[in-house]
Design a protein around this ligand. Structure first.
Ligand SMILES: Cc1cc2nc3c(=O)[nH]c(=O)nc-3n(C[C@H](O)[C@H](O)[C@H](O)COP(=O)(O)OP(=O)(O)OC[C@H]3O[C@@H](n4cnc5c(N)ncnc54)[C@H](O)[C@@H]3O)c2cc1C
Length: 543
């Protein structure tokens, strides 16, 4: 993330000495990604004095010079505009050996398609380990930079609302969200305005319309492909992808004059008093290696789904001997990630006006419904299609299908008693796999991608025949779900921990189910609603 001048000043002034001189903050936000950035912005705009603790990436050209150098070359080779000069298969192959050289410290992160454009935006896997059973891999992509994963170059930038059916699935295979129909609409609208979303008004039954700052029409190539898809499947919804540039939430929060941001601050425990109220956060300062205790009556855990759950598991006390929320028996459970199938290929030359801005695509929500209804146990999938001009009057075609995964108690995370990260904090053990329903769904996704390629007159050069392991879609969620009942959920309907009043968890760990849409818009809407609720209660308690 580029750091604006006000934020740069805030980062400089948030020294350890400055923090030690403050007895208590109004609020602490853990994590500076999508959720944490917005929480910091909304809480500080509401008048609270906010401290953001962000883990930070411990990487530099000096620490890993080979990776840095190969990263620079790969960045050029993976830029879509290079495809106008180098045939796509050659650009793809050229990146292979470079990847091998660069991946010694990032064997997991280098499996992300966007890693090639910015290896330094991802964590160092040696410093940040986790374990899985040998036969149940999970791919956990992580970024600890300011801005989190949303500001990684090559991020998809796709933002879609959940529908009423996504919040209250009718098949009974997962609990309804503790959200009334339409209740999130104003919060979606608020974050869409802040994102300055681009797209079109579509009136689709699968994805409610968004509040758009810029309404666009299809380009000639988009109109062409749309028409071809609809002539094959008249019932298929073909939308223009809704996208936005990365937000500058922390810069905006800095302008309030009420923000402090400490980089390299790794939260390791959230403290709760004997009455069940949050007290503050214990964290490790990377720079000095010291442990610091910081107090606040409001804490927002926004460290991303699995990191926030890891923190809840780490936060043990006589009141919560197995971690905050563990008494419900559901902490760490119901991990999900989209079943992802990707196809790439070479297509015909695109009509004029074809160089799209980043994030521009066609979106086919619930493409499984183009011909039939999904079998029981399958929640369906959507497809995002990207096309770029390529050499020799050709085009490059990328299609990605995301299918919903069912929440299962057996897909879970726990602390590994014998593995620690570079700061001595217990690592996560992640035990997760797709079920037969997801594998059956994936076979349909593969068939759909082949059909779409045929309709687009694309020759496929690479296609997933089976889904990559869970985690690969980057849409991991669940493990600290919200609900109406403290006996079966970790968070109340406003994302506040039943077991720790004043502690809010607003990243996707709270999702009881995941829809087939990309998750971040819903993370942001929930964060906005939780901030509003928390501020109202904070004011009532402090006036
Ligand atoms: C390449 C790529 C493309 C994607 N495309 C899309 C897309 O098109 N649409 C979409 O909706 N989603 C997409 N996603 C997923 C999306 O980026 C995530 O859903 C979103 O960023 C999650 O936001 P977050 O704030 O919960 O977590 P993150 O963005 O992961 O941020 C978490 C923050 O917490 C900090 N942190 C972690 N642990 C600690 C700790 N112990 N102490 C202090 N700080 C800590 C980290 O430093 C980090 O800054 C994509 C992801 C990737 C990687």
């Amino acid at each position: 993330m580029s750091t604006g001048s006000t934020l740069a000043g805030v980062l400089r002034s948030t020294t350890l000495d400055a923090l030690r001189s403050i007895r208590i903050h109004d609020a602490i936000v853990i994590g500076a990604g999508a959720a944490g950035g917005l929480a910091a912005q909304l809480l500080s705009e509401a008048g609270l004095r906010v401290l953001v603790l962000n883990a930070g990436n411990r990487q530099s050209p000096l620490r890993s010079p080979i990776r840095w150098m190969t990263g620079q070359i790969m960045r050029q080779l993976s830029d879509p505009s290079i495809l106008k000069f180098i045939p796509p298969p050659i650009a793809y192959k050229a990146r292979g050996p470079l990847k091998v050289l660069a991946r010694r410290r990032q064997p997991i992160q280098s499996q992300c398609y966007a890693w090639e454009r910015a290896p330094e935006a991802f964590v160092d896997d040696v410093d940040c380990p986790y374990t899985t059973p040998p036969d149940r891999p999970f791919i956990w992509f992580r970024s600890r930079q300011l801005g989190g994963r949303m500001t990684i170059p090559g991020h998809g930038r796709q933002y879609y609302r959940f529908s009423v059916d996504d919040f209250a699935p009718r098949d009974g295979l997962s609990p309804a969200w503790p959200v009334r129909p339409g209740e999130l609409d104003p919060w979606y609208a608020m974050v869409e305005r802040r994102l300055r979303l681009t797209g079109a008004r579509e009136n689709s039954p699968w994805v409610p319309d968004s509040e758009l700052s810029s309404v666009v029409s299809p380009t000639p190539p988009e109109a062409n492909l749309s028409a071809a898809i609809n002539s094959r499947w008249p019932g298929a919804a073909v939308l223009l992808g809704r996208h936005a540039a990365p937000p500058d939430a922390l810069e905006q929060a800095s302008l309030t004059g009420r923000l402090l941001v400490r980089q390299g601050a790794i939260a390791r425990e959230i403290e709760v008093d004997d009455s069940g109220k949050v007290q503050g956060v214990l964290w490790i300062d990377q720079e000095s290696g010291t442990e610091v205790r910081t107090m606040a009556p409001l804490v927002f855990a926004c460290a991303s789904a699995l990191e926030s759950t890891r923190l809840l598991l780490l936060s043990r006390s006589p009141r919560n001997p197995q971690g905050i929320g563990a008494g419900s028996g559901t902490l760490g459970r119901f991990l999900m990630d989209h079943v992802m199938i990707k196809a790439e290929g070479i297509g015909p030359e695109l009509l004029a006006g074809a160089q799209p801005e980043e994030g521009r695509c066609l979106y086919l929500p619930r493409f499984d419904r183009r011909t039939h209804t999904s079998p029981v146990g399958q929640r369906g999938f959507g497809v995002q299609i990207y096309q770029f001009p390529a050499v020799a009057r050709s085009s490059y075609f990328i299609a990605v299908a995301f299918a919903e995964m069912l929440p299962r108690a057996t897909n879970c995370v726990a602390l590994n008693p014998s593995r620690r990260d570079a700061w001595g904090i217990p690592a996560l053990h992640i035990d997760c796999d797709f079920g037969i329903e997801e594998y059956a769904q994936a076979a349909e996704q593969v068939a759909a991608m082949r059909e779409l390629a045929e309709v687009a007159k694309v020759e496929i050069v690479r296609i997933d025949k089976t889904p990559p392991p869970p985690g690969s879609a980057n849409h991991e969620c669940g493990t600290a779900r919200m609900g109406n009942n403290a006996a079966t959920s970790i968070l109340d309907p406003y994302n506040q921990c039943w077991d720790a009043r004043g502690l809010y968890v607003t990243d996707s760990s709270c999702f009881p189910s995941q829809g087939s849409q990309n998750p971040t818009l819903t993370i942001l809407a929930l964060t906005a609603r939780a901030c509003d609720y928390a501020v109202r209660h904070y004011r009532a308690d402090h006036n």
